[in-house]
Write a protein that binds this ligand. Structure first.
Ligand SMILES: [Fe+2]
Ligand SMILES: [Fe+2]
Length: 293
């Protein structure tokens, strides 16, 4: 083999990181939340819009997280880095446990009159179609993008106390526990993608599709459906609260906009934004909810 070919081969290999970039220990935790303070369908400060938005997210988690695990574990046999393999296992355990916890609260949302089963059947059909039609590469790229968005929302949940203060304490704790684990494993699917697929153009197409179309469209339609089935007519005052919750000071979009956006930077890695200290801080705060500590 010529020196030029060798050089080319080495430069290609060097462009694909073969090791895990995880910064934190990925630790699946058992948790227990009592939801005795969940007494109204409009549990977020009496606001139907913000409440329904989070019911829609929660309803999407069990099926969504199962898809994250499947699309990532499909590549397990191609991973030759022990740390990354271990990351994938811990990530899968964390996501599986998130699903269980969200199934539990979704049952309570259903008891409060939300048509969770109907919403889930829509998500199920979409994911089934996707599993039949999308390549494994595209499914993993989509998972990487959703994991990025989730990690950014997790950062929001741990930093914007005023926006989080509208939730009953138990739901706030559920989201914040979920948030610390989302940050812990935020680079796993990205590292698997870089290692096994590495197609940046495909990743960016999925990013724009999800961030600017699928996610806002799906959440808007799902929230409207949930509120309609509650027989509730949304007021302008409620819409204004939702607008501020998303785009106002400390908002779910506005306060972390640069973090959503940084995915586009060439050479981006999820740990370019280091929020490990934040996770350490919240592990202590949420310790009373952890059962295996
Ligand atoms: Fe999760
Ligand atoms: Fe996740």
């Amino acid at each position: 083999m010529s020196a030029v070919t060798n050089m080319h081969k080495n430069s290609v290999q060097a462009a694909v990181p073969a090791i895990s970039g995880s910064k934190l220990n990925i630790e699946p935790r058992r948790v227990g939340f009592e939801y005795s303070d969940l007494t109204s369908p409009f549990y977020y400060a009496g606001n139907s819009c913000v409440s329904a938005l989070w019911v829609a997210m929660s309803a999407s988690f069990p099926l969504g997280e199962a898809e994250f695990i499947k699309s990532t574990c499909f590549y397990e046999s191609q991973i030759n880095d022990e740390k990354l393999l271990n990351d994938v296992r811990m990530f899968s355990q964390q996501e599986a446990h998130h699903s269980l916890q969200h199934k539990q609260i979704n049952r309570l949302f259903a008891e409060l009159g939300y048509p969770i089963a109907d919403l889930e059947s829509v998500f199920k059909k979409k994911l089934k179609k996707r599993a039949d039609c999308w390549s494994p590469e595209r499914r993993l790229a989509h998972t990487v993008v959703v994991e990025h968005v989730t990690a950014v929302m997790a950062h929001f949940a741990l930093t914007q106390e005023q926006s989080m203060s509208g939730f009953p304490a138990s739901i706030k704790a559920l989201f914040q526990w979920h948030a610390i684990e989302e940050i812990e494993h935020k680079s796993v699917t990205f590292d698997v993608y870089q290692h096994c697929v590495g197609d940046r153009a495909l990743l960016m197409r999925q990013y724009y599709y999800f961030v600017f179309f699928e996610f806002p469209f799906q959440m808007t339609m799902a929230s409207r459906f949930l509120i309609k089935r509650q027989g509730h007519k949304v007021t302008w005052a409620e819409r204004k609260v939702l607008w501020n919750y998303l785009f106002g000071k400390g908002g779910l979009v506005s306060s972390v906009k640069s973090l959503y956006w940084m995915f586009r930077k060439p050479g981006f890695h999820p740990w370019d934004h280091d929020d490990s200290a934040l996770v350490e801080q919240w592990k202590t705060k949420l310790a009373p909810y952890f059962k295996n500590h």
